[in-house]
Design a protein around this ligand. Sequence first.
Ligand code: 5MM
Length: 340
Amino acid sequence: MTDKLEQLVETAQAMVAPGKGILAIDESTGTIQKRLSAVGVESTEDNRRDYRSMMLSTPGLGEHISGAILFDETIRQKASDGTSMVELMNKAGILPGIKVDRGAKALAGFEGEKVTEGLDGLRERLAEYAELGAKFAKWRAVITIGDDIPSRACLDANAHALARYAALCQEAGIVPIVEPEVLMDGSHDLDTSYDVTEATLKALFAQLYEQNVLLEGTILKASMVISGSEASDRAGPEEVAEATIDCLLNAVPAATAGIVFLSGGQGDVEATRHLDTMNKMGDLPWPLSFSYGRALQAECLKTWAADPKGNREQAQQILAHRAKMNGLAALGEWSEDEEG
Ligand code: 5MM
């Protein structure tokens, strides 16, 4: 293996080191605007910087957070004391990551389905992000469950783009997180979620193979196999954990460096409980951890927004607590009592 590939493998392993996971704070401009306005904060560049630098300066965050995914604006920003966000992270032992996709857009010819764009010029953008200090990247595809969807065309188009992105990342010495999110929205049952997730992952790993992507230097960011959010009889944690593990064992090669989950609209403790239940199920071929956005940030954001200066420390403590709870879940060592 060349030095460059060895470095990729080392970084990927560090991202899923025992008891550690990833903080997803890469909301694009439209999403962060929604999140901030929901808690009564205007989405200005200064407010976005203050909120995100508050999270990244949380004392001890690096104990349970291996890396954080940033948006383009954030990787170029400095905190109000002049320290760059990347410096803040490096001091805390948190690897800087960057979202490089340009969003999920309507898939022509397939109503209600999306394909993620952003491959044009990606080689040059990755070279710049590597210069800025990014060690890993993320690309998210969105798969919707509905009447007669997803189509084969949607799964294949997204898998192809994910694999092209992953190959370009590795060429640049950056570890790719490949994220094919099967949305929870809808009233579908657990079996449907299983079938769609399995087909999505099989299409993805076939493309990663075709395009010479090194799995040992790749992290999968997966959605759990879970009942639709509107389903009448939603599956409990044991069922979700069993179905998710079964699906992953069927579709994800053991060589993959690690699997981290997105929370996808699950409650904070629900997302922790699901991860913990899976890790309690015994030996698995890959580390299973978290890369939560909302399930790590929700309470922290609410507290910070109520009084950004006065509540800063309290907001950080809330984030540190959720990171610790999920770190325990990544080891299968969490219990409700730990929530305090
Ligand atoms: C933090 O949100 C990420 C960026 O979303 P947009 O590009 O839509 O603004 C998102 O990709 C996130 O990393 C994943 O969906 C996981 O977040 P959740 O909240 O589902 O854990």
